[in-house]
Design a protein around this ligand. Structure first.
Ligand code: NAI
Length: 329
């Protein structure tokens, strides 16, 4: 039984993400949860002749049934940005949505691998972590902030400049998932030595603020949905490959808790300092989720400046998420 639940399945990301997951032969049950429209989305997807059974669940009365015993829970629920908004502006609405979904997962699917897409990811992942702690089911190796879209964008934008194949170019992007907290490590990418410092600065900025290009182009109709569905499916399917198919050597950058008992966390803390409990890092995935956090590796002076500029915003975002749970009455 490999049950994957998508929470927010009727949304701009949720629908194409569910379509991509429906193509997996590893998934036996695709469970679609939302507060609207899931019966229709589920009926539609259920006609596709792949292995998984599809069920639709609408409204909080059906959340337990939707999420119960999930292997993987993917959360793209909540409101997206409109022009002029930062991801942090979404906190007021999305924090409560993610908290309620995390409570349901902690109660009914405490062993699930949690893939958090809802923004602001820098804060929503600490929210899920704190909820799981309150239910005594917390395992930092199983909770992930999905930052894959930053990596996907970086591969596309850098390939355009250096003339490589975007699907095979891997650009490490670490840190957080908003503006200056997004840290592409371009000095580690072969071919970027051809670029001028000005080009490096420009493409770094484009990776950090790439989401704004989509928000602006959609002109009030939301943020990235199709590219996010692609990225979210890649991440969730990689988890399934590692956990279910026991494939080894899968590495993805993802936003995780650098808890002391996670292999490799201490080395990363040596580089970024002890202040930042959560950070997107290259992670080797395995049957337990985060098998090992890999070293970020050498960074140049320009990247050191970027890291320094990210720290205070990221720290504030983490505290905001954690205290939303720990200090709520
Ligand atoms: P959308 O508005 O199209 O869809 C969101 C869905 O969530 C809707 O169907 C809505 O009914 C549902 N929803 C609302 N409250 C819910 C609840 N309590 N339980 C379950 N479902 C609920 O938004 P879109 O474009 O799909 O974006 C979703 C989230 O993903 C946003 O927070 C957005 O900022 C974030 N996002 C994250 C990215 C990342 O790289 N991690 C990239 C792009 C977007």
């Amino acid at each position: 039984m490999v049950k994957v639940t998508v929470c927010g399945a009727a949304g701009g990301i949720g629908q194409p993400l569910s379509l991509l997951l429906k193509q997996s032969e590893h998934i036996t049950h695709l469970s679609l949860y939302d507060i609207v429209n899931t019966p229709g989305v589920a009926a539609d997807l259920s006609h596709i002749n792949t292995k998984s059974k599809v069920t639709g669940h609408k409204g909080s009365d059906q959340l337990e049934e939707a999420i119960k015993d999930s292997t993987v829970v993917v959360i793209p629920a909540g409101v997206p940005r409109k022009p002029g908004m930062t991801r942090d502006d979404l906190f007021k609405i999305n924090a409560g949505i993610v908290r309620d979904l995390a409570v349901a997962a902690a109660k009914f699917a405490p062993k699930a691998f949690m893939c958090i897409i809802s923004n602001p990811v820098n804060s929503t992942v600490p929210i899920v972590a704190e909820v799981f702690k309150q239910f005594n089911v917390y395992d930092p190796r199983r909770i992930f902030g999905v930052t894959t879209l930053d990596i996907v964008r970086a591969s596309t934008f850098v390939s355009e400049l250096i003339g490589t194949c975007p699907s095979s170019l891997r650009v490490p992007v670490v840190g957080g998932h908003s503006g200056v907290t997004i840290l592409p490590v371009l000095s580690q990418v072969e071919g970027t030595e051809k670029l001028s410092q000005e080009q490096i600065k420009q493409v770094t900025n484009r990776i950090q603020f790439g989401g704004d290009e989509v928000v602006k182009a959609k002109d009030g109709a939301g943020s990235a949905t199709l590219s996010m569905a692609f990225a979210g499916a890649r991440f969730a399917l990689n988890i399934i490959e590692a956990v279910v198919a026991k494939k080894t050597g899968i590495v993805e950058c993802t936003y995780v808790d650098l808890a002391a008992d996670v292999a490799g966390a201490a080395e990363v803390k040596e580089l970024i300092g002890n202040d930042l409990g959560f950070f997107s890092v290259p992670v080797e995935l395995g049957p337990n989720g985060v098998e090992k956090i890999l070293p970020i590796g050498a960074i140049n002076n320009y990247e050191k400046e970027l890291f320094a500029a990210a720290a205070s915003e990221l720290k504030g975002n983490i505290v905001k998420g954690s205290t939303f749970i720990t200090e709520s009455p």
